[in-house]
Design a protein around this ligand. Structure first.
Ligand SMILES: [Zn+2]
Length: 74
């Protein structure tokens, strides 16, 4: 296997400058669907709690393309 070396950028907290995947964790939301699946995941810094992003679990598991488009923040 000659897989090219993948550059994995270490995430860095813009708030407290903590760097590395150990510092950036994802926490499932407390709200759960009826299937007991978290509605979304919160990506946040373990040091200061700065929230980077939220990931909608539903959008991942959607078998069909949603018929609406969320505006992308630029
Ligand atoms: Zn931080």
């Amino acid at each position: 296997m000659s897989e090219p070396t993948r550059q994995i950028a270490a995430p860095k907290c813009p708030s407290c400058q903590a760097q590395g995947v150990d510092k950036i964790v994802s926490t499932p939301s407390k709200e759960r669907s009826r299937a007991k699946q978290p509605w979304f995941y919160i990506i946040h810094c373990t040091d200061c709690g700065h929230v980077y992003n939220t990931i909608s679990k539903h959008s991942f598991s959607q078998p069909v393309t949603p018929n609406f488009v969320l505006p992308k923040p630029s």
